[in-house]
Each structure stands twice: as structure tokens, then as C-alpha cells.
Design a protein around this ligand. Structure first.
Ligand code: URA
Length: 190
């Protein structure tokens, strides 16, 4: 399965389905444990991610790592982190809907290979495309939705928490809910 994930990554490296492939420095395929039962999905790579080829390594990533550590999760150990689009949108703009659609088959394949029990959508772009088009982060953050076999939850994007500290309390309670779900579903994170 690891080999299949590697093969998919190589396929993405050659991708020129949308213009982002031409302007990126590095592909940001995903990181973490390929056997993780918990997956986090962000929006798209920013500057640091593009330079390093890894998701959530800039300021937002540091904050995400802090929230993960509060509930005994660790990007190297028991989660897998990816994005809706695998190449950086210039000037950190939102990925365009057509870019997201063209990249989505790669993410779907990635999810199929990793087979997470829980997916956490980080921010509106992921939650509206993966949970429901009318998902409102401010209202529905922390709620679990079952889609097929997968439990899905949307929470604030870490960059939104950096912009507005008052949301951090709600984000913390979302991570606590996630922890409860992990226990309820008896997911082994150790
Ligand atoms: N924001 C995202 O949505 N993804 C990253 O990888 C980094 C910042």
C-alpha cells in the first residue's frame, strides 16, 4: 500500500492538469503515517510548504502541530496530512474550484489507499467540498458527519486561528471532540 501511495505521488509529480503545476516549486503530496486512521485535509500549500514540499510546515503548521499534540496526535506517528490541491496557488490565493476538481481524483485515491476512519477538514474549502457545499465552519465546526464508512468533521483552518485568536477556544473544543471520537471508535493511536 505504501508502494501504491509512492506510485501515486510520482504520478502527481508529472501532473499538468491545471496551471498550478507550472508555477509550483515542489509538489506537496502529503505527509505522515500511511496507515493512519486519522487524516487531516487542508486547502493548499503556502509559501513554506511549496519550498519544502511538505504540508503545514509554516506558521499555521506549527499551530496545527500544537493542537495535535494536545490530544496525543503527531504528524510523524499517527496521522496523515494532505491538502485539497497539491500545488501552491500563487500569492496564497484560494484554490479555484476548477483546480480543486482537477486535483480531487488524486486526493480520493490517496484516501482510498490510506483508508482513514476519521477525516478532519481544516477550513471552509475542504469542508464545503468534502462534507457539504453549504457547510458553515462557524456554525458546524466540531460536528461529526458520517459519509460512507468515514466520520468527517470540519474545524477552523489554523491560519484563521492566527488571524482571530478568539476562535482558538472553539478549535480546542473541536480537538477535544476528536479525541473523544477516537476513544469511542477505539482507534489505536499508540
Ligand atoms: N494551509 C493549508 O491549507 N495547507 C498547507 O499545507 C499549509 C497552509
Amino acid at each position: 500500500m505504501d508502494d501504491e501511495l509512492k506510485a501515486l505521488e510520482l504520478q502527481c509529480k508529472d501532473c499538468c492538469r491545471c496551471p498550478l503545476g507550472k508555477t509550483r516549486t515542489n509538489l506537496v503530496f502529503g505527509t505522515g503515517n500511511a496507515k493512519a486512521q486519522i487524516m487531516f485535509i487542508g486547502e493548499g500549500p503556502g509559501e513554506q510548504e511549496d519550498l519544502q514540499g511538505l504540508p503545514f510546515v509554516g506558521k499555521s503548521g506549527k499551530l496545527l502541530d500544537m493542537y495535535l499534540s494536545l490530544i496525543d496526535l503527531d504528524r510523524e506517528k499517527n496521522v496523515y496530512i494532505a491538502n485539497m490541491v497539491k500545488c501552491r496557488p500563487p500569492h496564497n490565493r484560494d484554490p479555484k474550484p476548477e483546480e480543486t476538481e482537477l486535483c480531487l481524483p488524486y486526493l480520493r485515491k490517496q484516501v482510498k489507499l490510506i483508508r482513514p476512519v476519521i477525516i478532519v477538514c481544516l477550513g471552509r474549502i475542504a469542508a464545503q467540498r468534502l462534507i457539504s457545499p453549504d457547510f458553515r465552519v462557524t456554525k458546524q465546526h466540531g460536528e461529526f458527519f458520517k459519509k460512507g464508512e468515514i466520520y468527517m468533521m470540519g474545524t477552523f483552518h489554523p491560519a484563521a486561528l492566527l488571524r482571530d485568536e478568539s476562535k482558538k477556544k472553539d478549535a480546542l473544543s473541536d480537538f477535544q471532540r476528536l479525541r473523544e471520537k477516537i476513544e469511542q471508535l477505539q482507534i489505536n493511536i499508540y
